[in-house]
Design a protein around this ligand. Structure first.
Ligand code: GLN
Length: 489
């Protein structure tokens, strides 16, 4: 049952010499061999490379040079969304357009994971270029939810969430532009963190919408989330948007009592049309936070209703510019043509899937002269109003509590023909990215029939991750949800 340990517990045992990294890595690979035929979280993984890293971790320990403070992830297998560069491994963004592209360098986060001692391995499935909420937009196959394999795991980082829920890795690293970490974490019953914009460097992350993208971890519990976020965070000269703010010891923030904390309940987030059991679980969680000592206050974020529309202008606009680099000349696949223009349009026509094309068209439309003022510029102004709503609320509260999603995991195929329904999966998660604040999702219950996980979202001030971890930890430790095992675990 080695594969079911948390990151913290496994690292502790490896440091003590009770288990080797090779054994832990092999346990992970065995679990992949056992269940990934059903979950389909991994696009690829390289067992030989993972075991070689494990042996290096075991040698480091044997040499007496391993230090729990410097190597908090010693020997722990951690997997990656297929959008983060890992030297010598495929980097495909779950798209055909990258062909057999192999990354020539490590993303800063990969560098940091390795420096902390982790065994970094595996390429996890996702919606193509992180555009989607179900992994159904992957160019290759759909990942399935380990709680019910007729359902989607959420997206776009569905492979990350599913691999942690199925205990096919100890933790995973993904990206969140409008909810792509928190939404799949909620639907798979694991913890997912979207750090503050600028907290985690994005050097080596394939850009989707650069003013919104942020890298963050998926874990089995909050202590692991705090640990992983600390490892990933901090300024990087290779990313000019990464901030110099010192990285606190997030684990030290996990104190227990919530006395003295004020938590806001935004009235716009408990709306009609929610799944009744999601609504009930979130309300029960709010009462639990109160019983742990927090003061709950109703707050208003009046521009919430414009968030989805704003996001679906700004994100495609940025994507249309970012994806221009996939031209058939510099990277990946190429479909030849008689002229450079023909080569470019054939390559992009065959290489990109329908959702990516839809976003590029939406994005170029809202940026085109004549429409720029009406759409893009106006969306930027509304974005400021949305950010101001949060900054106003944070004058009176330390954090906010909301549902992560309006409903639990849906069936494969249920929304794939209706982009608008798919976009509405993100109503509760996108404001956080538009405002640049931090957020996380943690398990807060289950629906009854079928039994599917429900997520609770906590939103915090810019660089207020410590407070979120403190609240989430107190809640988690007083409830049984994080200990529940998916049928495929
Ligand atoms: N589901 C949202 C979208 O399709 C968010 C994706 C993300 O956060 N990468 O854009």
């Amino acid at each position: 049952m080695l594969h079911r340990l948390t990151v913290s517990e496994l690292a502790r045992r490896i440091h003590r010499g009770e288990v080797s990294s090779r054994e832990a890595t092999q346990a992970c690979l065995d679990q992949i061999a056992r269940v990934d035929g059903q979950v389909r979280a991994y696009l690829s993984h390289d067992p030989a490379d993972a075991l070689a890293q494990a042996d290096a971790a075991d040698r480091l320990r044997a040499s007496g040079q391993a230090d729990p403070a410097a190597h908090p992830l010693l020997g722990v297998p951690v997997s990656l969304k297929d959008v983060i560069a890992h030297r010598g491994q495929p980097l495909g963004c779950a798209s055909r357009i990258l062909g057999n592209f192999v990354s020539p360098y490590d993303a800063t986060v990969v560098h940091r994971l390795k420096a902390a001692g982790a065994v970094v391995f595996g390429r996890l499935n996702m919606d193509e270029f992180a555009m989607g909420s179900s992994t159904e937009n992957s160019a290759f196959f759909t990942t399935l939810n380990p709680w019910d394999t007729t359902r989607i795991p959420g997206g776009s980082s569905g492979g990350c969430a599913a691999s942690v829920a199925a205990h096919e890795c100890f933790a995973s690293v993904g990206s969140d532009t409008g909810g792509s970490i928190r939404q799949p974490a909620a639907l798979c019953g694991v913890v997912g963190v979207k750090p503050t914009y600028g907290r985690v460097p994005r050097y080596g992350l394939t850009a989707f919408a650069s003013s919104l993208d942020q890298i963050g971890p998926f874990t089995k519990d909050i202590a692991d989330a705090a640990l992983m976020t600390r490892v990933l965070s901090g300024h990087d000269p290779m990313d000019s948007t990464s901030m110099p703010e010192p990285v606190p010891d997030y684990l030290a923030a996990l104190s227990g009592s919530l006395r003295g904390l004020r938590i806001g309940l935004p009235k716009e987030y408990l709306i009609g049309g929610m799944h009744p059991e999601v609504d009930a679980s979130v309300r029960a969680a709010v009462r639990q936070l109160e019983s742990l000592g927090a003061e709950i206050v109703e707050v208003s974020l009046p521009h919430t209703e414009y968030a989805a529309a704003t996001y679906y202008i700004i994100a495609p606009a940025e994507a249309s510019a970012n994806l221009a680099r996939f031209d058939g000349i510099r990277y990946g696949a190429r479909v030849d043509g008689a002229t450079p223009m023909e080569l470019n349009s054939r390559t992009r026509g065959r290489g990109f899937g329908p959702e990516v094309k839809r976003r590029i068209m939406l994005g170029t439309y809202v940026l085109s002269s004549g429409y720029y003022d009406a759409y893009y510029l106006r969306a930027q102004k509304v974005r400021t109003l949305i950010r101001n709503d949060f900054l106003e609320a944070f004058k009176t509260v330390d954090a906010l509590v909301t549902p992560t999603t309006p409903a639990p995991a849906f069936k494969v195929g249920e929304k794939s023909d209706d982009p608008l329904q798919m976009y509405l999966c993100d109503v509760f998660t996108i404001s956080c990215n538009l405002a640049g604040i931090c957020g996380l999702s943690l398990p807060c219950g289950f629906t009854s029939d079928p039994r599917l996980p429900i997520g609770l979202q906590l939103l915090g001030k810019p660089f207020g991750e410590s407070t979120l971890f403190r609240i989430a930890h107190a809640y988690e430790q007083s409830t049984p949800w994080h200990r529940a095992l998916a049928p495929l675990a």
